[in-house]
Design a protein around this ligand. Structure first.
Ligand code: C5P
Length: 393
């Protein structure tokens, strides 16, 4: 979002107050934001509020005293890198579908060539009305991005579909589309993420400290690069990344089955999951009673990545290695042993890398011991570099 010019169009839905937070988040993320409101929207939220947080004058009227000699609606329309209409009323959606330009916002929407993002929010019957649905499909057909509203209790007291999604969700969605590339267009990529859970009994399991954040970031970036992305994830609290198909698994055995079933048609597998090396030999059917000492017999899990490496065809394989010592030496050995095209190695003993933090410091290791070390950066930036490296492969 940094440096992007975003026009936020606010129309007269009760959710207009949520647009305040959207503008604030966009501003904090480094975007330059200008707000355009319909006259009715100003009855819900004062333009002063948007003016203060966007640090720009808010446009409402078409025929105000002009302060500079730009034709104002054209000036906005050409300045914008994107238009985000949140909330978008049925009325504004209809105007957009039929080219009605009777106020500042609808006129700008005809004048701009920037991508347009529409976030409908209204009563659930209005949203389901065939007219609204037809108008939305007209807009989709023209390449306008439409974000499905959330379901829940609406301001009118009805349960149903029509809520404006969270400002962060809107922002992530816009960011995803503005950053889209065709680096991996037409490719299928499997990404694994999270720490597997190996059952001891019906209430207990063995796991590890993986949060899944790195794998989820990689899946998001793969989808953003145009790949059909299948995320095979151990249980986490993380939301499904935009544009990604997610399969939730628990144990290493389940993870192997899920990956194997998609492997033949995949072009790449990126194994970011922390797969448990061992599982309990015999899972108890009932909760094990407390005892003074307890001995669990563990047996080795299959090495998923190594088995993929053994039957590799067209697939590119990228592994991860989390170590606390001799990261590079162990990494080189893993590339050979698992028949990888690249390994992402990191030292998880560092406080700003590895488990549960949002940053990572990694080294790419290739066959032939070629090495590329990256500085500390956000996991999203690391993910982008991994996807670029995969495209290069
Ligand atoms: O050998 P090591 O566990 O360090 O290798 C890590 C890499 O291998 C990771 O990419 C991890 O997802 C994968 N792995 C696997 N199956 C296992 C253990 C690790 O696929 N049982």
């Amino acid at each position: 979002m940094k440096g992007k010019h975003i026009v936020v169009g606010v129309t007269a839905g009760i959710a207009a107050y949520k647009a305040v937070e959207l503008v604030s988040r966009l501003y904090k993320a480094g975007a330059e934001v200008k707000v355009v409101m319909t006259r009715n929207a100003t009855k819900f939220v004062s333009p002063l509020v948007f003016g203060e947080i966007s640090k720009h004058k808010v446009a409402v009227e078409m025929f105000e005293n002009v302060q500079d000699w730009n034709v104002e609606h054209i000036a906005y329309a050409t300045w914008a890198d994107a238009y985000v209409i949140a909330p978008a009323t049925a009325n504004m959606i209809a105007k957009m579908a039929y080219g009605i330009a009777d106020d500042m916002l609808s006129t700008q929407l005809l004048a701009t060539t920037a991508p347009v993002f529409v976030c409908p929010a209204m009563n659930s019957n209005m949203y389901a009305h065939p007219t609204v649905q037809e108008n939305l499909s007209i807009l989709r057909g023209r390449g306008v991005h439409v974000l499905e509203p959330d379901s829940g209790l609406l301001a009118c007291g009805v349960e149903g579909k029509g809520r404006l999604p969270d400002p962060q969700k809107i922002m992530d969605w816009v960011d995803f589309h503005l950053g889209k590339t065709e680096l991996l267009q037409g490719k299928t990529v499997i990404v694994s993420a999270g720490g597997t859970q190996e059952a001891i009994d019906p209430v207990r399991y063995i796991t590890n400290r993986s949060s899944g954040k790195m794998g989820y970031a990689v899946a998001l970036k793969a989808a953003q690069a145009g790949a059909k992305t299948i995320l095979v994830s151990a249980p986490t609290d993380l939301a499904v990344p935009i544009g990604v198909e997610r399969i939730i698994v628990c144990s290493a055995t389940e993870m192997k089955e899920a990956i194997d079933s998609h492997y033949d048609s995949a072009d790449a597998v990126i194994m970011a999951a922390a797969v448990a090396d061992y599982r309990v030999a015999e899972v108890a059917n009932n909760k094990i009673k407390k005892q003074e000492t307890m001995i669990l017999e563990l047996v080795k899990n299959p090495d998923i990545l190594a088995s993929l490496g053994e039957r590799k065809q067209q697939q590119k394989l990228i592994g991860f290695a989390a170590e606390t010592q001799d990261v590079i030496a162990y990494g080189k050995e893993k590339v050979r042993k698992k028949n990888l095209d690249m390994l992402v190695a990191n030292d998880v003993s560092k406080s700003n890398a590895g488990f549960d933090v949002d940053t990572n410091e990694v080294t790419f290791i290739y066959p032939g011991d070629q090495i590329v070390s990256l500085p500390n950066m956000s996991k999203l930036d690391v993910a982008e570099r991994i996807i670029q490296a995969l495209a290069d492969l």
